[in-house]
Design a protein around this ligand. Sequence first.
Ligand code: COD
Ligand code: ATP
Length: 198
Amino acid sequence: MIMGLTGGIASGKSTVSAMFVDKGARLVDADVIAREVMLPGHPVLAAAVQQFGEGILQPDGTLNRARLGEIVFNDSEARQKLNALTHPAIRREIKNRMHALEQEDPQRLILVDIPLLYESELDNLFQKITVVYVPRELQLARLMERNHLTPEQAEGRLQAQMDIEQKRSRANYVIDNSRDLAHAKQQVDVLWDRLGLL
Ligand SMILES: CC(C)(COP(=O)(O)OP(=O)(O)OC[C@H]1O[C@@H](n2cnc3c(N)ncnc32)[C@H](O)[C@@H]1O)[C@@H](O)C(=O)NCCC(=O)NCCS
Ligand SMILES: Nc1ncnc2c1ncn2[C@@H]1O[C@H](COP(=O)(O)OP(=O)(O)OP(=O)(O)O)[C@@H](O)[C@H]1O
């Protein structure tokens, strides 16, 4: 079975996917792929430099993530331009990895962690979708703490995504990550059993 996993920025997708991996799931992580297409030498990074200028690079030629983040999380037009450059390549690679894992081991759960799953209308790739949910205020607080952002910067990142309540209402399954890790783990265990993955 292939299951999509999504949620809001900093809602705990990576934390919860790691729990599924511990239980034996295979993982495709869109954020990892998104980083790969922005490595020096990749045509997607070259296209981004064409679009946004050399200022998005560090002196050593690697992407200045903070700089590009400042641009795209404050300007929806710029973000759409970046998405148009990055998303086709990311989508292609997600599908390749999903299908390779499926062939390798058809019995295992394949979990595909995609932050922008609903925004990019990728829901039809999956039989089931799990949303990792926390209320918006907690999402904002965890994001500010993890990324050392001001409230304004964190708000900009939240605004760049579909509201988490909307994502929750569209999900087949919801993992509530607003309490401690043990509470989240308990829900992963229940879902694992419910999916018949013993
Ligand atoms: C803008 C960039 C350089 C910022 O890098 P930074 O290290 O600060 O953040 P990181 O990559 O770890 O992303 C953190 C989270 O931000 C959110 N996010 C990233 N890009 C976007 C976007 N274009 N739109 C909305 N949310 C986004 C996601 O929830 C992601 O998990 C980077 O996110 C990027 O290259 N984004 C474009 C590719 C993309 O769309 N990735 C996310 C989905 S696969
Ligand atoms: N149950 C929890 N209790 C306290 N802190 C948590 C919990 N779950 C996750 N965190 C913390 O919240 C932050 C966000 O978690 P995580 O990185 O897993 O989110 P994410 O959804 O993968 O983020 P992104 O969208 O940026 O990829 C991290 O600093 C993590 O350590």
